[in-house]
Design a protein around this ligand. Structure first.
Ligand SMILES: Nc1ncnc2c1ncn2[C@@H]1O[C@H](COP(=O)(O)OP(=O)(O)OP(=O)(O)O)[C@@H](O)[C@H]1O
Length: 252
């Protein structure tokens, strides 16, 4: 079964149609990149997957988004539950500034009563920080605040916060756009580690990053899906001229 499947997905902001009937299938466990130039609709599409987009009053969604076979837009689905079950990481690392490193990871577990004891909470926090490849750097300063961390570390803290909830799917919207090259490399290595247990959908405007980290890639252009397939195939043997132009840098 696909982790995510869209069926004739369309999105409007007011009268402006920005996703124009996209049919897409994201296989489970791997990195699936959504790439395309600025404004083509990548972030908009990503936010339809966890129903975050409808928090924007102007936006209207049509079509289906199946999450492991279940349409998240069915009337019996609670969008809050959907958002809880899917991790999301944004372009600007946004840990809670007034919570310690420990509490940033622990908060969702506490609020949702996912653990029974302090011991279990400690274990889960450590587990998530290890999975996010941050534990060694923060284990002696769990009571510090995220402002003491580098941008790359803050982003891995956000990833740990998401992982603590054990999501099957993690959405990442340009997670390295504001991170230096060393921090970017760490996050890209982390994606490689995470993909055996998680489905990661990565929005990137960088074809080079898509080529480095993804197993499958979709190329979006002006709200349309131009091409999708295994990353190697799309980069080495694209079917569409537009894709070829984009991956060779001729499209901007
Ligand atoms: N809140 C909004 N209200 C109205 N139009 C919007 C809104 N957000 C995005 N758009 C428009 O929708 C289109 C798609 O934007 P979106 O941000 O999804 O593209 P993107 O590919 O993620 O671009 P970028 O890489 O620059 O973030 C653009 O034309 C954009 O101007």
């Amino acid at each position: 079964m696909h982790a995510i499947e869209t069926r004739n997905l369309r999105v409007w902001y007011g009268d402006n149609e920005v996703i124009k009937g996209v049919n897409l299938q994201v296989p489970p466990n791997g990195v699936f990149a959504l790439m395309g130039p600025s404004g083509c609709g990548k972030s908009t599409m990503l936010r339809t997957f966890n129903r975050l987009l409808e928090l924007n009053d102007d936006a209207r969604v049509e079509g289906e988004v199946l999450l492991f076979g279940k349409n998240v837009y069915d009337p019996d689905v609670d969008p809050v539950e959907i958002r809880k079950g899917i991790g999301i990481v944004f372009q600007y690392p946004n840990p809670f500034p007034h919570l310690t490193i420990y509490d940033n990871v622990a908060l969702g577990l506490k609020l949702n009563r996912l653990v029974d004891s302090k011991e279990e909470l400690d274990e889960r926090v450590e587990w998530a920080l290890r999975k996010a490849a941050l534990w060694d750097e923060v284990k002696d300063r769990l009571d510090d605040y995220p402002s003491d961390l580098s941008g790359g570390q803050r982003q891995r803290l956000v990833i740990a916060r998401a992982l603590a909830m054990r999501p099957k799917v993690i959405l990442m919207d340009e997670p390295t756009a504001n991170i230096d090259p060393v921090g970017t490399q760490k996050i890209e290595e982390l994606l490689f580690e995470l993909k055996s247990d998680h489905t990661i959908v990565l929005v990137t405007h960088s074809p080079a990053q898509a080529a480095r980290v993804s197993d499958y890639v979709a190329f979006l252009y002006l709200g349309e899906l131009i091409e999708v397939g295994p990353t190697r195939k799309v980069f080495e043997n694209p079917e569409h001229e537009l894709t070829e132009k984009y991956v060779t840098g001729a499209l901007g």
